[in-house]
Design a binder for this molecule. Structure first.
Ligand SMILES: C[S@@+](CC[C@H](N)C(=O)[O-])C[C@H]1O[C@@H](n2cnc3c(N)ncnc32)[C@H](O)[C@@H]1O
Length: 218
């Protein structure tokens, strides 16, 4: 796990992946996919506003993020004073409807967080290098209820034009990572104009793609 890469990233004043508003796919698909849920898991959550969006709708947002700078600035920026407890060496930050574990995703088990009917993965799988993705996918599935769904956002671009992260992940790779899953592309949108970095790289195209991943039985 390349913790140093992410620590360097969080030591900078801004992070290119961080959005100041909830993700557009989260808000668009919230009514159909999430509004009736009690809890939603956000793996590798950084300091995403998605946590606040869900919490404001009365849904328990459970985040996992190993970097303490990200976790502290999430609560500071949100004007929240969390209760912090130590659970088996893992720091757990709690505020109304928000439960943020400051820990390595791979150390979080069902004894810590239970299993979920909905997981929203934005910039988590696509942040991980090739060799970690199978273990990540397997661990994610362990945290999913048998009837649950993963809403997963990937990026699609010409592979030769950018090395990642964010890594390009297509349907074929998702099928390899989640064998036996039913995987459906739900939506796709160009984000070429969303950040100067993409224009600087002269990418031919850059799409965010939302997938619905679920299983008949686990
Ligand atoms: C590309 S960022 C995405 C953050 C967030 N999902 C968002 O939409 O803003 C990936 C995050 O994963 C965190 N991370 C990387 N590996 C991790 C791990 N093994 N356990 C927990 N967090 C991890 C990094 O610190 C970083 O904040």
């Amino acid at each position: 796990m390349d913790f140093e890469f992410w620590n360097n990233c969080w030591a900078r004043p801004t992070q290119p992946f961080h959005l100041t508003a909830p993700h557009h796919f989260l808000t668009k698909y919230f009514p159909a996919y999430l509004s009736h849920q009690e809890r939603v898991l956000l793996p590798l959550c950084g300091k995403t506003q998605d946590l606040n969006f869900l919490a404001k709708h009365g849904i328990h947002a459970i985040g996992i993020e190993f970097n303490p700078v990200a976790v502290d600035s999430f609560f500071k920026d949100s004007g929240l004073a969390p209760t912090i407890t130590d659970e088996d060496g893992k720091a757990r930050y709690q505020a109304p409807c928000i439960d943020l574990w400051c820990a390595d995703f791979f150390d979080i088990t069902t004894s810590d967080v239970g299993r979920f009917e909905r997981i929203f993965d934005r910039a988590a799988l696509i942040a991980l290098p090739d060799e970690l993705r199978p273990a990540y996918a397997q661990h994610l599935v362990k945290l999913l209820k048998s009837e649950g769904k993963i809403l997963l956002v990937t990026m699609d671009y010409v592979a030769e034009e950018m090395s990642g992260p964010p890594f390009r992940i297509d349907l074929l790779e998702l099928e390899r990572l989640f064998p036996n899953a039913i995987i459906k592309e739900l939506d796709r949108t160009s984000i070429l104009d969303s950040h100067p970095r993409w224009r600087e790289l002269k990418l031919s195209y850059l799409d965010e793609v939302l997938y619905d991943i679920h299983f008949n039985e686990l």
